[in-house]
Design a binder for this molecule. Structure first.
Ligand code: NDP
Length: 400
């Protein structure tokens, strides 16, 4: 039994809140706090009669450490689950330090003015968290998140050494719009319009955006084009998986999405450089976000499945071995259960699980940790229990 403070009330938080309320044995009380309090009140209204979890709501601007500290002191949670945007990671970590409260998030810190996500800012908090005797769990979504847990599980049970990891993120869902993003458009477009990169022999190999393309036949979805992207878990897995030679990340994109993105890029709409417009400074990408469909509204319209997982190659008992761990998730099933599409679902479920394992002390230790540093077994069990069952393939088709 414990208390969680959930910050943010968007697509991912909506799912995590549903899941906490389904799991009221672990989450006896939650506080939902976000910039727009009416969203927190609406979800409380929807869920409070269907759960034993006691739900509170508050308004907070998570860019302000003082406001966060005041809120944490008044609620005294066992864990803060940060489901706002990556820009808020450091202020929330500062507030956790000041109040000696455990911290969990799903995406690493990114400064507003440079689209570059790296762990260095959050890893810089290691000593401070250690001294305060509290735990920070970084990246408890699907990717990063489950992909790190899958890697730790493969290493623990299936390999003596893992040499190659290919993370494949396939969204076979169709929302019927010519162009929309499945999670926060600003974060999504910053991610996919950046240069790609992968980790090989201890260093980064950089590629142009979408330069490397492969086709893969995904179980539950079928054949899709996928493109190599930089992704944040490559950085921590490159350090935490001993003997690793190469890690790559691929994500599927449909032709319509790519054509629209190219066009928006060509006309400058994806830029994060502020421009002057009618006497006001505006950021083109933030304006674009305002005119695109809200990801939370895609739920009822999205059909199809996601398939996200990791293909491992390495050695066991002196022999070469391959192993594929993945989850298939159905957009419409998610919508029926929690009112959102599978992208938010596959992130919100692991966020709840990470918060639960930190809250109940299954995962503990003072400091700042990436998810693959903890014992994967309880997380793997919880994935099966809470809606993201995993499947294994001992003879997967490899990506060249
Ligand atoms: P949304 O844009 O749907 O939700 C973000 C929420 O944060 C909104 O409720 C927003 O408030 C709130 N927020 C933003 N700024 C502040 C602030 N300063 N103070 C308080 N609240 C604030 O995003 P998603 O739910 O799609 O994504 C949430 C997080 O999950 C992101 O960090 C994203 O990168 C991450 N993510 C991780 C994935 C993974 O697999 N690891 C996959 C997908 C997403 P308001 O309602 O007022 O706008």
């Amino acid at each position: 039994m414990g208390k969680a403070l959930i910050i943010g009330c968007g697509g991912v938080a909506g799912v995590a809140i549903h899941k906490c309320c389904q799991n009221s044995e672990a989450f006896s009380e939650i506080m939902i706090a976000s910039r727009t309090k009416s969203k927190c009140d609406a979800i409380k209204e929807k869920l409070q009669d269907k759960t034993k979890t006691i739900i509170h709501t508050a308004r907070v601007d998570a860019d302000h450490v003082d406001e966060l500290i005041e809120l944490i002191r008044s609620f005294e949670p066992d864990v803060v689950l940060n489901l706002a945007l990556p820009y808020q990671d450091l202020t929330i970590m500062d507030a956790c330090l000041a109040t000696k409260t455990n911290y969990v998030d799903t995406a690493n810190y990114e400064p507003l003015d440079t689209a570059k996500f790296e762990y260095k800012w959050q890893w810089a908090y290691r000593e401070k968290f250690k001294e305060a005797g509290i735990t920070a769990l970084l990246g408890s979504g699907f990717d990063p998140g489950v992909t790190g847990v899958f890697s730790a599980y493969a290493l623990k049970h299936e390999f003596d050494e893992i040499h190659y990891i290919d993370i494949l993120d396939c969204n076979g869902g169709d929302h019927g719009y010519p162009f929309a993003t499945n999670f926060n458009p600003e974060i999504n477009i910053r991610e996919v319009s950046a240069n790609g990169s992968y980790w090989e022999d201890g260093k980064w190999i950089e590629t142009k955006p979408m330069e490397i393309k492969r086709e893969y036949d995904f179980k539950g979805v079928g054949k899709k084009d996928m493109y190599l992207l930089h992704h944040e878990e490559l950085e921590s897995l490159g350090i935490n998986i001993p003997g690793i030679k190469r890690i790559r990340f691929f994500m599927t994109f449909g032709q319509s999405y790519l054509t629209h993105l190219k066009c928006l890029e060509n006309v400058g709409m994806t830029s994060i450089e502020p421009i002057e417009f009618e006497g006001k400074q505006i950021v083109p990408l933030q304006f674009l976000k305002a005119v695109l469909p809200d990801p939370a509204s895609l739920g009822p319209r999205t059909v199809g499945k996601t398939n996200i997982g990791c293909i491992f190659r390495g050695v066991k008992d002196g022999k070469e071995k391959t192993y594929y761990l993945y989850n298939i998730c159905d957009h419409q099933e998610c919508y029926k259960e929690v009112g959102s599409q599978a992208i938010s679902y596959t992130t919100g479920v692991p966020a709840m699980i990470g918060a639960m394992l930190i809250m109940n002390g299954t995962w503990k230790g003072p400091g700042v940790f990436n998810i693959e540093e903890f014992d994967p077994d309880p997380f793997m069990d919880a994935l099966n229990q809470w809606g993201l069952p995993w499947e294994e393939d001992f003879h997967p088709v490899l990506v060249d």
